[in-house]
Ligand binder design. Structure first.
Ligand SMILES: Nc1ncnc2c1ncn2[C@@H]1O[C@H](COP(=O)(O)OP(=O)(O)OP(=O)(O)O)[C@@H](O)[C@H]1O
Ligand SMILES: [Mg+2]
Length: 466
């Protein structure tokens, strides 16, 4: 909503009816819509239905003071601007209110000019913020649902399989290193399938510990376990009529593997804490960056489940095996980063493109995307030039060996043990990600918690930001 087209609604929370009436009259004359609440409790219950655009509240009121109101509002209506009105003696409390997120405060008795200037300023900031949010959201969805970019033969084969799978009801297993586009391919299958109008439910299996993952998938009755405060539908149920995407399926713990297998065999399941059998009709897509066959051999992943999932395997090529696409993808990400960051970098210089084309990209397409966005954000020129690129891109030899080939060879020669190799890789990942842990974790295909644990194990965690 913008204040050009819609009249801003101001809520006045004030226990003194006389003062509230006076304020209301001033604001209505200025063209605002106002409503008055004699207490914060009354206000909060009314806003549950229709929150205003701005709140003007007294600081000292009987049933709940302005500070407590602020705290409640932060939970229920984050982002709703608040201006505090306070008597001269309580400026300190007003400053505390600012810390708690109030946008401004006014001293009583209220000076009308000051009131209007402050109101307009706060409303304008809110409007800009909202426009920005909407814009970013629009751009994000616009770019998300765009076709997957790539012209290399290896990528074309992927997309042919995607189309074939989309036309069927078969289970697909997407395999590939971190950042190769597994989620994007899952989205493409769903979008091109007859189930496109149904939901696409994504479950990130590595993000949840065993018992929570089970509750997430199966749902639970109220009181099924400590913390199950209300009935919750599971993801199987939610995927009814659509597609269920089990991301990082290789991370599922053996007890949950058994239960998942049963659901896939019988297409029925029960919520935790309930005996009632439920049915859901979904197509399953799974993805993993692990070598599932090796996990089966090692006894970490059930063979029968593996065969259930591996009906149509879709292996994704790492970016270094489809270098032809680097320039194409880089241009695409340049346009996306420009739009998202309101920048106008026109292109990528030839020398920079050359460096990009040689680099092995251990983090694959995601690494390329992040790298281009970083360049766009930091760039001051019209083109991305070699100087804009991070150090790891300079001096990659033409043959572009795999990033970790050196240390791995040293391992086989007996110069390093596994522990030392892990340390080298961790250091390398932290360097490549410029110390940003979430990024390093992504490059390594592990969770941030796992990364932190390993950094600590090797005494590498001291100066790491984020
Ligand atoms: N062919 C492509 N065209 C355009 N964008 C792509 C392509 N492949 C990947 N991307 C983009 O790269 C990023 C990483 O892709 P995605 O999340 O699908 O990878 P992933 O294999 O699921 O990675 P991870 O294993 O780390 O979860 C996303 O922002 C995605 O939109
Ligand atoms: Mg993914």
């Amino acid at each position: 909503m913008t204040s050009d087209t819609v009249v801003p609604r101001i809520a006045i929370v004030e226990d003194d009816a006389g003062q509230a009436r006076q304020l209301g009259r001033i604001l209505e004359l200025e063209g605002f819509l106002t409503s008055h609440y004699a207490s914060p409790l009354a206000a909060l219950s009314a806003w549950a239905q229709a929150p205003p655009d701005l709140v003007l509240t007294d600081l000292n009121m009987p049933d709940m003071d302005g500070i407590a109101l602020l705290e409640k509002m932060r939970e229920a209506h984050p982002g709703l601007p608040v201006i505090m009105m306070t008597a001269f003696g309580s400026v300190d409390t007003a400053k505390q209110a600012l810390k708690l997120g109030a946008h401004d405060y006014l001293l009583k008795p209220i000076d009308v000019d000051e009131l209007l200037v402050t109101l307009r300023k706060v409303l304008q900031t809110r409007q800009l913020k909202q426009e920005n949010l909407t814009l970013r959201k629009q751009l994000k969805t616009q770019y998300q649902f765009e076709r997957a970019i790539g012209a290399a033969p290896a990528w074309r084969r992927v997309m042919e399989t995607v189309d074939a799978v989309a036309d069927s009801e078969a289970t697909a297993l997407i395999l590939g290193e971190s950042g190769t586009g597994k989620e994007l391919v899952a989205e493409a299958i769903h979008a091109r399938s007859a189930r496109a109008a149904g939901p696409l439910i994504k479950v990130h299996c590595a993000a949840l510990p065993e018992n929570l993952l089970e509750a997430e998938l199966f749902g639970h009755e109220k009181g099924a376990f400590t913390g199950a405060a209300a009935l919750r539908k599971g993801r199987f149920e939610e995927a009814d009529g659509g597609t269920l995407f089990l991301d990082e399926v290789g991370e599922i713990a053996p007890p949950v593997q058994v239960k998942l297998l049963r659901v896939l065999q019988q297409k029925t399941f029960e919520r935790l804490g309930s005996g009632a059998t439920l049915k859901a009709d979904f197509r399953l897509i799974a993805a993993t960056n692990r070598d599932l066959q090796a996990e089966v051999k090692a006894g970490h992943f059930r063979e029968d489940l593996y065969y259930r999932l591996n009906v149509i395997p879709i292996p994704l090529p790492p970016l270094r095996e489809r270098r032809e696409d680097i320039a194409l993808l880089a241009q695409h990400f340049l346009a996306k980063a420009n739009a998202l960051n309101r920048k106008h970098v026109e292109g990528i210089g030839e020398a920079a493109l050359d460096l990009l084309a040689r680099y092995p990209f251990p983090g694959n397409v995601r690494e390329l995307e992040n790298l281009i966005e970083r360049c766009v954000v930091l760039s001051r020129g019209t083109h991305i030039e070699p100087d804009d690129l991070p150090p790891e891109l300079h001096g990659t030899p033409g043959a572009a060996p795999q990033a970790t080939a050196g240390p791995v060879e040293r391992l086989w020669r007996g110069e390093l043990n596994l522990d030392a190799l892990e340390r080298l890789i961790l250091e390398d990942a932290m360097q490549r990600s410029r110390g940003v842990q979430t990024e390093a974790a992504r490059l390594l295909g592990i969770s941030r918690r796992t990364l932190q644990y390993r950094l600590e194990k090797h005494g590498l965690s001291k100066s790491a930001p984020e």
